[in-house]
Design a protein around this ligand. Structure first.
Ligand SMILES: [Zn+2]
Length: 269
């Protein structure tokens, strides 16, 4: 009989002479002791992703404003864009969620312009906001919110300006030089000395370290996206009540006509 071959963690064996069996989960093998993870590229990642999405949604759900249903947001264009933001928040794609908040606000402004002027506005966020301001299509406080969002969030995320996003964010760095060959033992020793405070860290701007900047940004995105999502949500809910009233739709039809009504219709007897 053939003996079953076990997968042993090479790192634990090398550093502690311990035989720790790797555990298979979806498309990964991981060591329960040192947390080393290996990806098995011939397996599908779908199980890993769906588990990650489920865990993330359950964790973040209580921090987000309650769900909106389609009948509470009768404009389907805006409702689908809201869902894009919401679902990305749930599955933990915070950068995407923030970018899409900008898209949602831009579409909301364009819908407002169309409703009041009959014009299908083609410009981007900035020009749409100027149009709203010039034509007095929203209240001052709302215009201020949209402008602040543009300057401090939308422009940076739309153009993936990581330097600007991380401005003012500092990281602790332990500069260590290893003599000779780099081994697991040396790394472990360095880690312990840093942990015990024998080696002191330097405080440096996060944007200076391209290798870590993206990871630091992800952490930061999570924290700010919850706050931003809730602010955008409140703004959009308020806008639905203030700027998309039934009377305004009726008035729009009277002034600019009803494209659907102009079409030749079939008659069902
Ligand atoms: Zn291990």
């Amino acid at each position: 009989m053939e003996e079953e071959k076990k997968n042993i963690c090479a790192l634990c064996y090398k550093t502690d002479k311990r035989e720790v069996e790797l555990v298979k989960k979806h498309d990964t093998l991981f060591c329960p002791n040192c947390k080393t993870t290996l990806i098995l590229k011939w397996e599908t990642p779908l199980g890993r992703y769906s588990e990650m999405w489920k865990e993330n949604s359950e964790k973040i759900y209580p921090y987000l404003r309650p769900d909106i249903y389609q009948d509470e947001m009768p404009n389907p264009r805006l409702f689908f864009l809201y869902e894009d933001c919401y679902v990305n928040m749930l599955i933990g794609r915070y950068n995407a969620a923030i970018v899409l908040m900008g898209v949602l606000l831009e579409a909301l402004m364009k819908e407002r312009i169309h409703l009041k002027t009959g014009v299908v506005f083609k410009g981007a966020y900035g020009p749409a906001l100027s149009e709203i301001e010039i034509k007095n299509l929203m209240q001052m406080g709302d215009i201020r919110f949209l402008r602040e969002f543009k300057d401090s969030v939308r422009n940076l995320y739309q153009h993936a300006d990581i330097e600007e996003i991380l401005r003012g964010t500092y990281v602790r760095v332990w500069p260590i030089q290893f003599e000779g060959e780099l081994t697991a033992e040396k790394l472990k020793k360095a880690h312990e000395q840093a942990k015990d405070g024998k080696i002191k860290p330097l405080l440096l701007p996060a944007a200076n370290f391209p290798a870590f900047a993206a990871i630091i940004k992800q952490k930061r995105d999570r924290a700010i996206s919850i706050m931003l999502f809730n602010r955008v949500y409140d703004f959009v809910r308020g806008a639905m009540v203030k700027y998309f009233k039934q009377e305004e739709y009726d008035e729009h039809k009277k002034m600019f006509g009803d494209k659907m009504a102009e079409l030749p219709h079939y008659t069902i007897e």
